[in-house]
Design a binder for this molecule. Structure first.
Ligand code: GDP
Length: 701
């Protein structure tokens, strides 16, 4: 079969928000309006639509799928199939402990709608997600929601976007009225007012802009036009000459700028009060990318190591990324994947190029608002799920057997916290291993390991809550009873200075000789850069076959650490010289020589201990403000900012993770249960000397 919708009418988007900003409500409204729009496109019959609305009300909309497909015809176009867009909504989670889920969804979506609370404006978590989206280069539109709420302030919220997130935001709409008087939206491109009538705001009515807002609207339009015109030479000159720029010209230039991440439109509304969601969907079609607007997917050929590309086209070989494994109560294990190129037919075989295994594609399923659809094939740009894959994990590439490619991996943050876990009975012991494996297949930031010395099982994750939830799932879903120990911080080690270091491993008496000799340069790198190995050997001073063992030796030494046994990170190691022996040289000799060179060298490079620092936001009633601040400074907290939100105090701070264990209980007792907080990993930082010393000694004892 051929594809039902042209690729340029695809939008793969995520709706991203701080907890409580209204992601769920907005998604629900999106599915509702797109449902009606689709019906109108299909039947042209008012009664059928009412009938559908009735059914929808009874069944309710389910939005728990990792990817949901819906259809939308932009409001200005006639409702018919040729004008319809296929929008796949990729679920992004709200909870801070699971930024990895946000990451993995960012990897497979092409554009995003970021929802803000019109009272709170930019909240810390929106900032984190925004930065992640920057990293992935995801084009975004902003939707300032909840403008009907008491305390809502559109301009102030927009201002917080300009100040905290990006100066390249651009206001395309203004609210008409505020708080309980919020009644409609001014579209600054059209210079019209829009109102939303009908039970669920489904009838959008266009009127003239109210008299009292005319001047303000003109002022904002002027700013908007200036910003858009600045993105195009031709428009800039028109603007400077005071010439009229048409709506089409503006939209075209704006689209280009959004696709290139140069501008981020700001829209407004109230999902709960059914205002503005249709206009937001229009903006998704107008400004967010289709798969063909994006550069080709990149990967490597696992056989040759060459970089290869796949264009978003059905004619290319099949390549897809598995981005979520979910258990479904009806069908079992679902593997969600995004197709980057080619097509996939039910019953065929693909290769999991990450692991090298083969997988048969049984059933292919597409999720809709309230039903699942079995399909025979899927095409470039599609998101779908397949049932019953056994050996595919999140982040694996699935591809055509004859055209292997491993797509760029999803990079997951390293776990910052670990605890030991002990099964209660022998039976639990047996189930523990397999259950933990299942959980870590689903969630790549959750790791399982064994302590070599004690034989204990250690689980690691992104925060206390993350691990608590895992322990709880073990019990509820897998029926495993296990006791968990005290959480331990995942420290790391690094160096502050550079050095050149030499390592030799030479054995020439008895048995086979050994000869490995390396000279390496060790340099610190900025936080978060991990590890980089550079091979500068020219002219065969060390034969090519011994280079990978050198890298391996370096890596192994780094993993062992030199201060207190924590892995070393943020270092660049360059192999620049050495020698070999025709007969005696071996991989193992070079590996050992490299390990020694690293260990000896790193010790002289001012090694330090790094600890995870968390970004914390506490929200408390005024009267507890002083106590919270005092408590935070006793935890080595650095207060970044404090401000008022309605009648509450908000405190943003950075605090070392090790000081934050059990904070949920502490804040409850300080504020008599009236305070709340959110916390997420921010970065690793140097542990102060005296504390580092204690950790190193404690570890050595
Ligand atoms: P999520 O946590 O981001 O998914 O947020 P929800 O959609 O669950 O919304 C959180 C709360 O805010 C719920 O009580 C919603 O009813 C409410 N809410 C969502 N959108 C609006 C809105 O536009 N106006 C008002 N006043 N409340 C809203």
């Amino acid at each position: 079969m051929d594809r039902a919708y042209p690729l340029d009418k695809y939008r793969n988007i995520g709706i991203i928000a701080h907890i409580d900003a209204g992601k769920t409500t907005t998604t629900e409204r999106v599915l509702f309006y797109t449902g009606i729009s689709h019906k109108i496109g299909e039947v042209h019959d008012g009664e059928a639509i009412m009938d559908w609305m009735e059914q929808e009300r009874e069944r309710g909309i389910t939005i728990t799928a990792a990817a949901t497909t819906c259809f939308w015809t932009p409001s200005d176009l006639e409702k018919k199939k040729e004008n319809e867009f296929r929008i796949n909504i990729i679920d992004t989670p709200g909870h801070i402990d699971f930024t990895v889920e946000v990451q993995r969804s960012l990897r497979v979506l092409d554009g995003a709608v970021v929802v803000f609370d019109g009272v709170a404006g930019v909240e810390p978590q929106s900032e984190t997600v925004w930065r992640q989206a920057d990293k992935f280069g995801v084009p975004r539109v902003c939707f300032i929601n909840k403008l009907d709420r008491m305390g809502a302030d559109f301009e102030k919220s927009a201002d917080s976007i300009f100040k905290k997130l990006t100066p390249y935001a651009i206001i395309l709409q203004l609210p008409i009225g505020s708080e309980e008087k919020f009644s409609g939206i001014i579209d600054l491109l059209k210079m019209k007012a829009l109102y939303f009538e009908g039970e669920k705001g489904e009838n959008m009515i266009e009127k003239e802009i109210p008299q009292e807002l005319q001047i303000k609207a003109e002022k904002f339009r002027e700013k908007m036009v200036e910003k858009i015109a600045g993105e195009d030479e031709n428009l800039t000159s028109k603007f400077l000459k005071g010439e009229e720029i048409s709506k089409e010209e503006l939209k075209k230039t704006l689209r280009k700028a959004v696709l290139n991440n140069k501008l981020n439109p700001i829209l407004c509304g109230s999902s709960l009060k059914n205002k503005g969601v249709q206009l937001m969907l229009d903006a998704v079609c107008d400004y967010l990318p289709s798969p063909v607007d994006l550069p080709p997917a990149q990967g490597t050929n696992p056989q040759t190591g060459e970089i290869v590309e796949r264009k978003a086209s059905d004619d290319e070989p099949f390549a897809a990324l598995a981005f979520k494994i979910a258990s479904d109560p009806f069908v079992g294990s679902l593997t969600y994947f995004r197709v980057y190129s080619g097509k996939l037919v039910k019953g065929s075989y693909v290769v999991n190029s990450t692991t090298g295994g083969k997988e048969r594609i049984g059933r292919i399923i597409r999720m809709h608002a309230n039903h699942r659809e079995e399909v025979d094939d899927v095409f470039a740009g599609d998101l779908a799920a397949t049932i019953g894959m056994k050996n595919t994990r999140t982040g694996n590439t699935l591809c055509d057997e004859n055209n292997p490619i491993v797509l760029e991996q999803i990079s997951f943050p390293e776990p910052v916290i670990s605890i030991k876990i002990e099964p209660k009975t022998k039976a639990d012991q047996e189930k523990l291993g397999t259950s933990l494996k299942k959980l870590s297949d689903e969630d790549p930031t959750f790791r399982v390991s064994t302590n070599q010395e004690t034989g204990e099982t250690i689980i690691s994750g992104m925060g206390e809550l993350h691990l608590e939830i895992i322990a709880d799932r073990l019990k509820r879903e897998f029926n495993v009873d296990a006791a968990v120990g005290r959480p331990q911080v995942a420290y790391k080690e690094t160096i502050k200075e550079s050095i050149q270091s030499e390592g030799k491993y030479i054995r020439q008496s008895g048995g086979r000789g050994q000869y490995g000799h390396v000279k390496i340069r060790i340099e610190p790198m900025p936080r978060g850069k991990g590890f980089e190995f550079v091979n500068e050997i020219r002219g065969g001073i060390i034969p090519g076959e011994f280079i990978p063992p050198v890298e391996k030796g370096v890596k192994e030494a780094m993993d062992k650490g030199i201060l207190a046994g924590f892995p070393m990170v943020d270092m660049k190691v360059s192999l620049y010289d050495g020698s070999f022996h025709e007969v005696d040289s071996s991989e193992i000799a070079f590996k050992i020589a490299a390990s020694q060179a690293l260990q000896d060298g790193a010790k002289k490079c001012k090694p330090i201990l790094l600890e995870p620092i968390m970004r914390l936001e506490v929200i408390v009633p005024e009267e507890y403000f002083g106590d919270i601040i005092g408590d935070l400074s006793s935890r080595r907290g650095k207060i970044e900012e404090t401000f008022d939100r309605l009648n509450l105090k908000v405190i943003d701070a950075f605090v070392p993770l090790v000081e934050m264990f059990g904070y949920a209980t502490i804040i409850r007792s300080i504020t008599q249960g009236r305070g709340t907080f959110t916390m997420e990993f921010d970065q690793y930082q140097e542990t102060p000397g005296n504390i580092a010393q204690e950790i190193i000694e404690g570890k050595r004892k």
